[in-house]
Design a binder for this molecule. Structure first.
Ligand code: CTP
Length: 399
């Protein structure tokens, strides 16, 4: 519900600014109050009269304008707002935000704002892929900004690719979801690991597995929808997150996942580890590509840390931990052993013997075993529906 919410819509200079006019309408229709903060370049794309008519408020685009209500408009405005939405967000405004530059009305307001900020990037696909931009984007995300990923398609510059600002309806939904997060898991911080890990052999090759991360991502979305703040530590996957309450941390190796999980676990109420972590890594990482010879090649592998077992050891009273077990034989027995050995509240078992369960599919068939030896067997369902069953179980434990 956006009724009565106070929104600053930040406009930076991109052609997609015309779509933001629809976004203002959607916010106003939903009962929100909207104030516009614009960069000088944004004002080339839309007129002041249009913005002020739609938002029923003055546009703030000059830090020292005599028309401002206060001399420190960026502070009074940012104190007033519940949320900031920057759409379109150019590479430039994201770069400024990431690097602490405040040299106009929008960047100054962003720096003064300490609540949730949404960015809907809009730019040419080559600019979107640019290394510095990607670093900035990752950095602001790590610091709590919500990114509404741009869509792929026809771009104003004539290119086809990723960079087109998401449609106003989707941006609206993301903001709405943020406020709607229903209360069941409100104020709960939950840690999720997802996807595979990759263990480098040399600069070209690695040891990995078939995990796609779908189950973990579905779970993160479900928990966020129920009001939790989710730290999602993801191995290399081709998935995007959409809920603004999910804070994603990308890692590659098991050791990186271990470090990230250990760092975040103390402040979490619960952790659900879905990642398919490589149990071993090559002892040596060759800095040059290993050349082919006629000799057999053997790699010495050393064990990786067991993230789940480590969290199980660190666990304090009131913290809840759940793991996954992927088994091919003696499924229930093995799952029970893991539950005990790793000090878990419950474990989600999936068997590779079940059709439609396991890696890469959109469905899963699970059995949940808990520390009171209660066993619940579920039918084959979408991973989204399985995520909901797991979230129900977690809620029971957190209650
Ligand atoms: N896990 C983990 N860190 C590891 C290995 C596993 O956190 N290094 C977690 C997984 O995310 C999963 C659970 O432990 O939640 C069980 O993983 P699984 O691979 O089934 O079990 P293992 O402990 O590796 O045992 P085994 O491979 O012998 O079945």
């Amino acid at each position: 519900m956006l009724q009565g919410k106070k929104i600053i819509l930040g406009l930076s200079g991109g052609i997609a600014a015309y779509k933001s006019l629809t976004l203002i309408r959607l916010f106003i229709k939903a009962g929100a109050e909207v104030r516009i903060v614009a960069t000088e370049s944004a004002m080339w794309f839309v007129t002041r009269v249009t913005l002020e008519s739609l938002s029923h408020n003055k546009v703030y685009d000059k830090v020292f304008g005599s028309e401002n209500d206060y001399t420190t408009e960026h502070i009074s405005l940012t104190d007033w707002a519940d949320v900031m939405v920057v759409a379109p967000a150019t590479a430039n405004i994201i770069g400024k935000y990431a690097n602490g530059i405040a040299d106009d009305a929008l960047s100054t307001s962003l720096m003064a704002f300490d609540k949730k900020v949404f960015f809907a990037p809009a730019m040419n696909c080559k600019m979107f892929e640019n290394f510095a931009f990607q670093r900035n984007l990752q950095y602001i995300q790590e610091n709590g900004a919500a990114i509404i990923e741009p869509a792929e398609g026809y771009l104003a510059c004539g290119y086809e690719g990723k960079g087109r600002m998401e449609e106003p309806e989707s941006i609206f939904r993301a903001v709405e979801q943020y406020f709607d997060a229903d209360s069941e898991l409100k104020d709960k911080q939950i840690l999720i690991t997802a996807g595979p890990t990759q263990e480098a052999i040399d600069p070209v090759r690695y040891i990995g597995n078939h995990s796609t991360g779908k189950m973990g991502f579905a779970l993160a979305e479900e928990l966020a929808k129920r009001g939790a703040r989710v730290d999602l530590i993801a191995g290399p996957v081709h998935l995007a997150v959409s809920h603004p309450n999910i804070h994603r941390v990308d890692v590659v190796t098991a050791e990186q996942m271990y470090e990230a999980a250990l760092q975040r676990f103390p402040s979490a109420h619960a952790a659900i580890l879905t990642a398919a972590v490589a149990d071993y890594r090559p002892e040596t990482h060759h800095s040059h590509k290993i050349k082919r010879t006629r000799e057999p090649l053997s790699l010495k592998m050393v064990p990786n840390p067991d993230i789940l077992a480590s969290l199980g050891k660190m666990k304090k009273e009131n913290q809840v931990i759940a793991g996954f077990a992927l088994e091919t034989t003696d499924e229930l027995d093995n799952a029970r052993k893991k539950l005990q050995a790793k000090n878990l509240e419950f474990i989600v078992l999936n068997s590779l013997n079940d059709q439609g369960a396991g890696f890469g599919t959109d469905t899963n068939k699970v059995t949940i075993v808990d520390n009171k030896n209660q066993i619940e067997r579920f039918e084959l369902k979408s991973k989204k529906a399985v995520a909901s069953d797991i979230a129900d179980k977690l809620s029971d434990f957190l209650r």
